[in-house]
Design a protein around this ligand. Sequence first.
Ligand code: SF4
Length: 353
Amino acid sequence: MPRAVLADLTTAELEALFKSWGYNPANAVRVMRNYYRCRELPGSLPKGLIERLHRDFQPGTTSLAKRQVAEDGTIKLLLSLHDSRTVETVLMPDYRQDRAAGCLSTQVGCALGCDFCATGKSGFERNLTAGEMIEQYLALRREAATLKRRLQSVVFMGMGEPLLNLDAVLAAIRRLTDDSLDVLGCRQIMVSTVGIVPGIEALYDTGLPIMLAISLHAPDDEERAKLLPLAKRYPIADILAAADRFQARNRRTINIQYCLLKGVNDSPEHARRLAELVRGRRMHVNILRYSPTGPGASGAVYAPSDPAVERLFLAELSAQGVVAHPRRQRGTDIGAACGQLRSATAFQRGAQG
Ligand code: SF4
């Protein structure tokens, strides 16, 4: 039985544990604060408690397998999990000198098989635990600290579909937003989904005022289903209706993610139809630039749209009254799209083995 890690516990659970060991439960907040800041125990704890924590807990279950730094400062970490599986997590320095944003994975691999996605090609292996998501956060926080930056926000958007591992994602969010620890606020957290309608409803039910992003990638169900097999199950109208309810409750603008694929979804007509969906809603569109991942399961090979086409697409959205921005391209020289470092590493291992 591996020793526990503090990332697996809430502060309340640690308080209860300390009480059961005969120590003041108030020590739990100090231990957790230090853990989230520097992963070390406060020196002023009772000696017996320090010994007990060292005996029953290990610092972490993940270890760094690979680290890549892009020219633009984006840092991608490949973390090895306790069962030797690997998962990616990414730090993106902000334009402000003192801040950075993190991208956390929620599953090892992904079952949804989006045709243009490197993670989708690897299939699903397992859900990550909340503790494993917290460990990604802590690894990114350490990276940010070495750059003298504060990890200011996180998005659950890396490998996997967060709403298919919702209990663990919610547990991680609740730990990161624990008021007594002063780590992050709900407004600094975004969950990104390809549109799992029951998951959006469940997120709504929590009442958590977090941000929501929805990956649309096509303006109608038929075209979308060619890119995202899940689209056959959840029509765009249902996804947007669920997003509207979420938005009405927590008052946060919804992000619509749209990855431009050359000759596939990037015409002015696509932009007009996308505008029809979004106009009048509290939503804005992020235009993503595609990072090639090789042929999809359908055999299609995708390419990023030409910059001129992207500008036309954005201009058309703007002319239609939709707020849209190109999302700054990050870490292109290290394969910034989710799953690329992991699949490249697996490929290298396969080639070596
Ligand atoms: S894009 Fe997201 S949901 Fe689709 S296969 Fe990749 S990781 Fe899964």
